[in-house]
Design a binder for this molecule. Structure first.
Ligand code: OSB
Ligand code: MG
Length: 359
């Protein structure tokens, strides 16, 4: 699916997405999940083609034909596999949607959410070709009502660019995401960000470096938020114990699905660490799952879950995800994740399909 506008992070530029959807079927009812990895293994180790192979060879065979009492058990059957949580999560989240649809309840209720009827939304804005282009994009999103702006940064597109943004928008809730582009050698440069009153700086250091983040957080006034580093509730515990961050971004795929996302949420809540729901440029399927997740109590900060039309000319769900003028997404009472698939459009963008049936 081509993106409406390219998306650039410190690790590269994307013009379109190629994603794997998982349809889990039982008793004539379908549940849907999305593998949220990138096309290339640069955000983490996963990538679309790898996800396809892992699903076929390991994830599907480990669940096909099994009797599950609840979707909360699904993750156990793939727990022996190391890493690849986004791929395993594509299956796990499909099982949760399936259970919710079989029971006729909204997914947000099944996962124990529902703390809010409307979820607060922010946007993530990529690195642009010019500062002028960035300022224009920020203006559009602020005008649309989004409650916070996240801008991507990297060495060479950081202090001076944020200064320009702050000159134009002195008081908007603003944060920066570096996607692991810095090292502890950059500590003096990162300290210069303190003057801009950012809500947080997201994942400045390496994807697997909790200890370095603890050293950085001790040197900064700005809160550090961890994204890539947190793949399990245990990582969240370690990061909190080491004071490596003051905020955590929870991504459903990155942690392997709803069961682990809830555990990360609970650890953070018990320790007074607020969380927000991150995004991976998902189609409507992954977006709808994120909306359900963000109704859990401790998702108190605006996340990266925003309107379908910011990403796609046409989304694969019906209706599309819309954002109110107050910068919120309203949740409904429909079964499962609460949106229908658009089968005609889905068929028109599908490039590959394989089905597996239990004996
Ligand atoms: O780090 O949050 C990130 C997109 C792709 C990979 C990593 C990230 C992102 C985003 C976009 O920031 C969030 C979204 O709008 O879906
Ligand atoms: Mg991030």
């Amino acid at each position: 699916m081509p993106l409406v506008h390219f998306f650039e992070t410190s690790f590269g530029r994307t013009y379109g997405r190629k994603m794997v959807l998982v349809e889990a079927v039982s008793g004539g009812v379908s549940g849907w999940g999305e593998v949220t990895c990138g096309e290339q293994p640069y955000y983490n180790e996963e990538w679309t083609e790898g996800a396809w192979e892992l699903l076929k060879s390991y994830v599907v065979p480990s669940l096909l034909g099994r009797t599950l009492e609840t979707a909360a058990e699904a993750g156990r059957h793939t727990a022996g596999m190391k890493g690849h949580r986004m791929t395993r999560g594509g299956m796990e989240t499909a099982c949760w949607d399936l259970e919710a649809r079989l029971k006729g309840v909204p997914l947000w209720r099944l996962i124990g959410g529902g703390a809010r009827k409307e979820i607060p939304c922010g946007v993530s804005i990529g690195i642009q070709d010019s500062v002028q282009q960035l300022l224009g994009k920020i203006g559009t999103e602020v005008e649309a009502g989004y409650r916070r702006i996240k801008m991507k940064i990297k060495p060479g597109w950081d202090v001076e660019v944020i200064r320009e943004v702050r000159r134009e928008f002195p008081s908007i809730p603003l944060m920066a995401d570096a996607n692991s582009a810095y090292t502890l050698g950059d500590i003096e440069r990162l300290k210069r960000l303190d003057e801009f009153g950012l809500m947080m700086i997201e994942q400045p250091l390496a994807h697997d470096e909790i200890i370095d983040h603890a050293q950085l957080q001790a040197a900064l006034e700005t809160a550090v938020c961890l994204d890539e580093c947190i793949r399990t509730a245990h990582h969240a515990e370690q990061a909190i114990r080491l004071k490596a961050c003051r905020i955590i971004n929870i991504k459903l795929g990155r942690v392997g699905g709803f069961a682990e996302a809830k555990r990360v949420h609970d650890v953070c809540e018990a320790n007074g660490i607020p969380v927000w729901c991150g995004g991976m440029l998902e189609s409507g399927v992954g977006r709808a799952h994120n909306i359900a997740l963000a109704t859990l109590k401790n998702f108190t900060l605006p996340g990266d879950v925003s309107a379908s039309r910011r990403y796609w000319k046409r989304d694969i769900i019906d209706p599309w995800v819309e954002v109110t003028k107050q910068g919120t997404i309203e949740t409904g009472d429909g079964p499962g994740f609460g949106y229908d698939l658009d089968p005609d459009f889905l068929a028109s963008v599908r490039v590959r399909q394989e089905s597996f049936t239990a004996q």
